[in-house]
Design a protein around this ligand. Structure first.
Ligand SMILES: *Cc1c(COP(=O)(O)O)cnc(C)c1O
Length: 464
């Protein structure tokens, strides 16, 4: 009987999957084929059985994943790509364009440039220069590289809560990167920044608009005021937070910070984080297109056939997936980057989900909040007399929840950044482990009460 029900529901699942997803792909593929005399064999019949067996083995291996696309995965920064992105990507794979040179990507390079124009326009920029990258790290590498070309030999500053890769990238580039203290809201401390600026050696400040750990937003308007006096370049790392410029649910203060991004010099945003794209899609945009001169090179292979700009001329990476540009273009065609559009609606829902969870934490003595969520990440501690005890309890709850197929994340947070409501806790360690949840899926909003029930249950299980 149980087997019967299982096989019926599997059958239904398969029907909807094939109907809605793959049939659409099949229709689009048929359309694509009409443009070519011949088309790559979808399946080589000689090896069909071997391919089938291997593919089924892969399906089984992939069971060994947490259910990232479900609401009960509320841990790390993982968001499922939208169906249009997935389908457009798969469709483009049959052509497999390379967005390095125009020859290799006659359709997808112009699509990439349209995407860049629209992303730049989201921040009020026109005629900006930019391109897609493998991810935020490569995008930041290019941002910092250009920054070091604009101000050779000068220091680059970033908050101590900036993404850990800035330090490593700077090491690769031979740049002197220094950390600025954060305050107890997890934002760059403006006074600490000014005392560094006074030393006179700073060329660029990296401003994180949405830290990866806790989602805090550096005070860009205050940093822009300091820029008038100390004249430095501003690189905004909005790999995770960048799309929130479209939200209208943020606090006035955070809204103002996002509205002032237009005054920065370069921006990194990850379409593979909040932009509904599969992995392999970051983006760097420079306000001043003149910085393109730093990329100048003479490749002997690629630039014969067109006077148009080849994206490979303004990218440090050579080959890049044209399919990533196709997927992003298709997504932005369906859901334009406008206020009050689908992106705003989804981001507002994620932000509200974070607030709801935060309010549960605030009203419950068993837990202790860290900071009010600026975007859609919530971090909180498990109450105890000392930090080491709190860390132990957070790990215990995290593991118990995982056994029940509810997935949060953990973060090691610096003791010196803890806010006042933690004053009574004995500070017996330099770091405290907290629970962390990235509520990046729209479905999270209606899941929070159930999530809280399960978290409470795991707390009780620990104390029983
Ligand atoms: C995720 C993230 C990065 C790194 O981006 P990847 O796409 O993972 O390479 C850099 N900065 C911030 C703020 C991020 O959230």
């Amino acid at each position: 009987m149980a087997f019967g029900i299982l096989s019926i529901s599997y059958h239904l699942y398969r029907m909807t999957f094939v109907n809605k997803d793959l049939q659409l792909l099949d229709t689009a593929l048929t359309m694509l084929k009409t443009g070519f005399d011949s088309f790559p064999d979808t399946l080589n019949t000689e090896n069909e059985n071997r391919i089938r067996d291997t593919l089924l083995e892969v399906s089984e291996k992939l069971h060994n994943n947490y259910p990232y696309f479900q609401s009960n995965y509320a841990g790390q920064m993982l968001k499922p790509p939208h169906a249009i992105a997935r389908l457009a990507y798969m469709l483009a794979l049959y052509v497999n364009p390379n967005n390095h040179a125009l020859d290799g990507s006659r359709a997808s390079s112009p699509m990439e440039r349209e995407c860049i124009d629209d992303i730049a326009a989201m921040y009020g920029w026109q005629n900006a220069l930019g391109h897609l990258t493998g991810g935020g790290t490569m995008a930041n590498l290019e941002g910092l590289w250009i920054a070091s070309k604009c101000h050779p030999g000068k220091v680059i500053l970033g908050s101590e809560l900036a993404h850990y890769t800035h330090e490593r990238i700077s090491h690769v580039l031979g740049i002197n990167f220094q950390k600025v203290a954060a305050n107890n809201r997890g934002e760059m401390d403006v006074l600490a920044l000014e005392s560094e600026l006074k030393k006179g050696k700073v060329g660029t400040v990296v401003v994180t608009m949405g830290t990866t750990g806790i989602g805090s937003v550096d005070p860009l308007p205050d940093i822009l005021s300091l820029q008038e006096k100390y004249h430095f370049r501003i690189h905004v790392d909005a790999a995770y937070g960048g799309y929130f410029v479209l939200s209208d649910a943020l606090s006035d203060k955070n809204q103002e910070k996002f509205n002032s991004i237009s005054r920065a010099d370069s921006i990194v945003i990850d379409p593979h984080k909040h932009g509904l794209q599969p992995y392999g899609c970051g983006c760097i945009v420079f306000k001043d297109p003149q910085v393109g001169k730093y990329y100048k090179h003479d490749s002997p292979y690629t630039y014969f056939t067109s006077d148009d700009l080849h994206l490979g001329e303004i990218s440090l990476e050579c080959s890049r997936a044209g399919a990533a540009a196709v997927a992003l273009w298709a997504t932005m065609k369906c859901f334009p980057l406008i206020k009050a559009g689908e992106f705003s609606r989804q981001l507002n829902g994620c932000h509200r989900a974070a607030h709801t969870l935060y309010n549960y934490v605030e009203q419950d003595d068993r837990f202790i909040s860290l900071v009010e969520p600026s975007l859609d990440i919530v971090v909180w501690g498990v109450s105890a007399d000392s930090l080491s005890e709190m860390s132990y309890k957070a790990k215990t709850i995290f593991q118990d929840l995982a056994r029940k197929n509810v997935h949060l994340a953990l973060i090691k947070y610096p003791t010196k950044l803890l806010p006042k409501n933690w004053d009574h806790v004995s500070k017996d360690a330099d770091y405290v482990t907290c629970l962390r949840s990235c509520l990046m899926k729209p479905a999270h909003e209606s899941y929070i009460s159930e999530l809280w029930y399960k978290i409470s249950d795991s707390f009780d299980a620990m104390t029983r």
